[in-house]
Structures are given as C-alpha cells and as structure tokens.
Ligand binder design. Structure first.
Ligand code: ZN
Length: 158
C-alpha cells in the first residue's frame, strides 16, 4: 500500500495534494520524484522554464536538470509549506521525498520548495497557513529547485 493518496489540497485550494494514508515515521522514504532528465543547455534555452507557472525543475548536477512536470510524477502534487514535514533528497540522478518528522495519518505531505529570495518572489504566494508562514514561497539557501527567471534576473543584476 502506498503511504500517500491524492486528495483535494487544503493548501492549494484549486489543486491536489498528497495525504498520508497511515502514520509515517521520520526518515521514511515516501515517494520517488521522477521526470525527464534534461541537459542544462536545454533547460536554459527552453521557454517552458521561463514563465510564472510553478516550477518543477531540479538542479541535479553541473550538467543535468530534472523536469518533474510530467503526468507520471505523482510527487509533483506535493505542495509547499513554510512548516514542511517532508524534504527532497537525492543521489546521482535520482530524487525522492523523505519524511523529516513523524507524520500522522491524514496529514498533507509538504515540502519546502526552496525558491531563493528575489524581487520577483511575489509571483509565488503561499497559503500554507502555518504559524511561521512567510506569505510567499521563498527560502534562503535553496538547493534544489531552480527558477530560470530568477536566475536570469540575478545574472542581470550582477
Ligand atoms: Zn507558507
């Protein structure tokens, strides 16, 4: 049995989320984050990663990105929360989602999308409802997700 099921989200009111189907212990691997592995050359050129849609692009290494915006990637449905209970982990070209605290059955699974702070951060408002909610999906020290638009702006401002 999967540790999660797809349900209408409490965080993203227009969308879906993943919910724990049973109590999950901290450290448990919950789901693989899959997608298309593309070269950075390709993601740099593609218009797809340069718009205001939620970004599903991960930085795997110096050469490759992973585009998780594909229908078979159920993990893309995990929403951002400022008080997340899951985290992305990766090794080589593989990514997965792991519980970073004990999660109760019925709780929505959430990750920190880790967009870096930028003047354009307002394109991603956050409505996770946690006490420490920043109001926007931003996080200093982002490691994984990349927003090409942010990157470009940063390049220009340097
Ligand atoms: Zn929030």
């Amino acid at each position: 049995m999967n540790l999660y099921r797809i349900k209408k989200s409490n965080i993203d009111r227009n969308g879906k989320g993943l919910y724990a189907t049973k109590d999950i212990k901290e450290g448990t691997k919950i789901i693989d984050y899959v997608g298309k592995i593309i070269t950075k050359k390709k993601s740099d050129k593609s218009e797809k990663f340069d718009n205001s849609k939620p970004i599903y692009l991960f930085d795997l290494n110096n050469k490759y990105d992973l585009d998780g915006d594909v229908s078979w990637n159920t993990a893309r449905l995990i929403n951002h929360s400022c008080l997340n209970n899951c985290e992305y982990e990766g090794k080589g070209l593989k990514l997965w989602v792991v519980a970073i605290k004990n999660i109760k059955k019925g709780e929505e699974l959430t990750c920190d999308y880790g967009f870096s702070y930028d003047t354009d951060y307002k394109q991603f408002p956050c409505s996770c409802g946690s006490k420490n909610c920043a109001g926007f999906i931003v996080r200093a020290g982002s490691r994984w997700r990349i927003n090409k638009k942010f990157k470009k702006n940063q390049r220009i401002s340097r």
